[in-house]
Design a binder for this molecule. Structure first.
Ligand code: DPP
Ligand code: ZN
Length: 863
């Protein structure tokens, strides 16, 4: 079926040791001349040379300067085959490509008069003939020639070497990348850009010139991203000892971009949404997102570029590790507790759903048809959780030694997950062979804890069992090696000193390796209250039969802030899903705890805001065997109404009390205040008088955070001023595509059946630009991922709306279409007629999609 298997890996028969490329750039027709220095693998002496290439018009082909006769090679849809080469040689090819016709945004493409590339994972083969796999790592020399008027700025990987005039209004620039670099990290940018720049001293004493580029009118909005680059560079030196390795580091913003950003060597290309920001157009969440993505891409320079991947099955080796690194970057610079809560919220809502649905796959998948389909929450977020567990098991100091060894030993090489674990095993002396199962086994582990207290002897026993449910293709699972932190509290919430034979003497952590463990504690005066998985140190679903009052106590006394938040999430989940025998007491405990939080001025407001947010629809859907959409949405709405009614005065008081702090700029205290204030406003707008408050905030707002927060309240709670506010907002930002995406996303995620009509209306306007991935996601991603009420409309209209647009989108940008299809990943667990409706919609898509991306997704969804 066209699948590629990890077990079939073979080293490349031919390597490219150096690539010298020349581009005659033009949006309509670009010519690429490639001189590739080729070396055969001595172990595979007679293997033919096979080069990847797609949609290339071949103009010329030479070996060591001599034209190749046409019977000496063969071209098919996927590649170029040459037999009978005897040994190292230089292949020169000249091809023509058509950037302007490239809607897939893979390879070289045009966007708003400029030219950009995107090569990960397999886009480089759309630029020239090449051995396009990550374990082929030449050094590079890249010369760009173009018209100066349209393309005054010419950027490529590495350091600038030379630039000059060519006459006739044309000019050139040559770049050199001395580091062995696979083709997926190749990049070229040409266009009329401006930049903000700065110089930093590297830890090794050399200087690096940093620049962030964008269309001229957007340059003033690049300052924050530049500062984020500076912070990232410094942080990686300090925390990981990783020093930058070129004289320049360039970041360029592109409005048409499929991914979030791309870590090309020395020339990161970003989706504009992760670069451009000022107070008038960016929310606090946007700023945080920019800093974390800038960090992420920068950190790839070591975890991904210097040490790259042997093959695409190892994708999480760079992505999981780099997400862990960017999470730590954000945690070190901002609130560690709030960052952890946000990350776990995403993991539970989206990765757990992926791991429990039709698209579940291990962090290292054993096979794929289209690698683009594996840039998933599992590869990224679960991959990061695995690295975090390793960090917990080894401790910061030994983890750092292991990382240093990993980087030193694999520098300039294409590595595997085994190389990563071997470095950590060697540096720490620990056996990580069972831990390696985390990479091979899909599904979220369930850890169930039962306990018993023997009052006579004061003996307390914990019985801990783990099991991982079956996933597609993996019916049976083996026990995993995982760290589990825990603590015991007495009835007053005082922490009890215990010694569970913990290996590191800290007495608050055990390592699970078997399916069952028993822990005994002696000499306890009374039955303790246990707390588990502090900091969410293992990515599992942990079940323990808490009473509402125990959760209320934990929410106050747990030392670990993540677990204080989690106690309230458990309490809320139990109330919403009617898990508690005394429902009235549970509801009262939750309301009391939330009331205290609203009033508590000693608490970080951002933390309080996180606590006031109930588990979202996806998280609840993950917690039930069968998804009753109406029941989940109804229960959630009822509880939110109840919280608003019960605490209306408190919310109102706090909302006003936070006004002064919220009026500040980008300092943490102001961001934190705005966060809680907007959560208060959202609850208040559920009640009639709140609408006036939201309207007032909208009218007076001085930041995008407050303006968009108020607009969301007005739109999502059907306030009277909703349409006028939307029109005012849309008019004010009509020329800004990123802000336009924001209001479109609000409309498409409005929890009202009419959202489907609004989306249909959008399709009929100029605002619907199916070639722009951000816009497609603002419309259809918001509908399918952020609007369960409309997407799951009982008659199946939401499913039909998404499915209808997929054939056209698939013809434009297969990656975007395939990602939207994943919105159906949990369909088999839908209750009632909805499951049948999705099934019919998926069946109706048979024969209407053509990309390998979408065909693989559809097949997995229907398997
Ligand atoms: N650009 C994507 C990321 O950084 C893929 N490498 O995650
Ligand atoms: Zn990445």
């Amino acid at each position: 079926d066209g699948s590629i298997h990890l077990s079939d890996y073979r080293a490349p028969a031919w390597r490219i040791v150096h690539a010298d490329l020349e581009f005659d750039l033009d949006a309509g027709a670009t010519e690429v001349t490639a001189h590739l220095r080729l070396q055969p693998d001595p172990e595979q002496p007679d293997a033919p040379l096979r080069l990847d290439g797609e949609d290339l018009q071949l103009l010329d082909l030479r070996i060591d300067g001599a034209p190749l006769p046409s019977d000496a090679y063969r071209v098919d849809a996927a590649g170029l085959h040459i037999e009978g080469l005897d040994g190292a040689c230089t292949l020169t090819s000249r091809v023509r490509i058509r950037p302007i016709a490239n809607m897939r945004l893979e390879g070289l493409y045009a966007s708003r008069g400029a030219l950009f590339t995107q090569c990960e994972a397999e886009g480089f083969r759309r630029i020239t003939w090449f051995v396009d796999r990550p374990d082929v790592m030449p050094t590079w020399r890249i010369t760009l020639r173009a018209e100066r008027a349209q393309y005054p700025v010419l950027l490529a990987n590495g350091n600038p070497v030379e630039a000059g005039d060519l006459g006739d209004g044309r000019h050139f620039a040559t770049w050199h990348n001395p580091h062995p670099t696979p083709a997926y990290l190749f990049a070229v940018v040409a266009g009329d850009f401006g930049c903000v720049e700065s110089r930093l001293a590297r830890a090794d004493g050399r200087e690096v010139a940093l620049a962030v580029w964008a269309a001229h009118e957007d340059v003033p909005r690049c300052r924050y991203a530049l500062g984020a680059v500076e912070r990232a560079l410094r942080w990686d030196e300090e925390r990981f000892g990783r020093v930058y390795d070129l004289d320049v580091f360039n970041v360029v913003a592109a409005q048409d971009f499929t991914m979030g950003a791309m870590e090309n060597k020395g020339l990161n290309i970003f989706n504009a949404r992760y670069v451009l920001a000022d107070e008038d157009t960016a929310t606090d969440a946007d700023y945080m997102g920019i800093e974390s993505v800038v960090g992420h891409e920068y950190f790839h320079n070591w975890s991904g570029n210097r040490v790259t991947l042997r093959d695409w099955f190892q994708l999480s080796l760079k992505e999981g590790l780099t997400v862990f690194r960017d999470q730590e970057f954000t945690s070190d610079l901002h609130s560690r507790a709030v960052k952890r809560i946000e990350d776990v919220r995403l993991l539970r809502a989206r990765q757990f759903a992926e791991d429990a649905g039709s698209l579940a796959h291990p962090v290292r998948p054993p096979s794929y048809r289209e690698i683009n389909n594996f840039y998933t929450l599992t590869i990224y977020e679960k991959g990061a959780e695995i690295v975090r567990m390793l960090h917990t098991l080894l401790g910061e100091a030994r983890f750092r030694v292991g990382m240093d060894l990993y980087f030193a030993r694999n520098d300039g090489r294409a590595a595997t997950v085994e190389d990563f674990l071997a470095a950590h095993a060697e540096a720490s002396g620990r056996d990580l062979s069972q831990f390696a199962r985390w990479y091979a086994q899909a599904g979220t582990p369930h850890v169930e804890v039962k306990d018993d207290f023997d009052a006579d002897g004061g003996t307390y026993t914990l019985e801990i069992a783990q099991r991982t449910p079956p996933t597609p293709g993996q019916p049976d699972k083996a026990p995993l090696h995982l760290p589990l932190r825990f603590a015991l509290y007495d009835a007053e919430g005082r922490r009890l000193k215990v010694d569970p034979r913990a290996d590191d003497g800290s007495g608050d952590r055990i390592e699970l390796t078997a399916a069952r463990h028993r822990l005994r504690f002696h000499g306890l005066p009374s039955r303790p209250l246990p707390a588990f998985n502090q900091g969410f140190c293992a990515p599992v679903k942990l079940a323990y039969d808490y009473t509402p009052s125990q959760l209320g106590l934990l929410a106050r006394c747990e030392r670990d802030p993540f677990n204080r938040w989690d106690a309230l999430q458990r309490l809320a989940t139990g109330v919403l899903l009617e898990h508690f025998t005394d429902a009235a007491a549970a509801g009262a405990a939750l309301l009391a705890a939330l009331g205290d939080l609203i009033d508590d001025e000693g608490q970080d407001p951002a933390f309080a805001a996180e606590c006031l947010l109930l588990p979202d629809f996806d998280t609840l859907a993950e917690a039930v065997p069968s998804i009753d959409v109406d029941a989940l949405i109804g229960a959630r709405n009822d509880l939110l109404d109840r919280i608003a009614l019960e605490h209306v005065e408190r919310l109102d008081r706090r909302y006003h009390a936070l006004a002064a702090a919220a009026a500040g700029g980008l300092e943490p205290a102001a961001m934190s205040a705005r966060r809680l204030r907007n959560v208060c406003l959202d609850l208040l707008t559920r009640l009639d008088p709140g609408a006036a408050l939201a309207q007032a905030q909208f009218d007076a707002a001085r930041s995008m955070t407050d303006r968009l927060g108020a607009l969301r309240c007005l739109v999502h709670h059907d306030a009277p001023g909703r349409q006028a506010a939307l029109d005012a907002f849309a008019g004010r930002y009509a020329t800004d595509p990123l802000v336009t995406d924001k209001w479109i996303a609000l409309v498409a995620s409005r929890p009202h059946p009419d959202a489907l009509l609004d989306v249909r209306d959008l399709f009929a306007t100029q605002l619907w630009t199916p070639t722009n991935p951000n816009r497609v996601r603002a419309v259809l991603g918001s509908l399918s991922r952020m609007n369960p009420l409309a997407f799951h409309a009982p008659g199946g209209e939401g499913y039909a709306l998404l499915a209808e647009s997929l054939p056209e989108l698939d013809g434009i940008n297969p990656q975007v279409a395939a990602r939207l299809l994943a919105g159906f990943e949990s369909w088999r667990r839908l209750a009632g007629a909805r499951r049948n409706r999705v099934e019919a919609v998926l069946q109706g898509l048979e024969g209407r999609l053509s990309s390998p991306d979408s065909l693989e997704m559809l097949a997995r969804l229907r398997a």
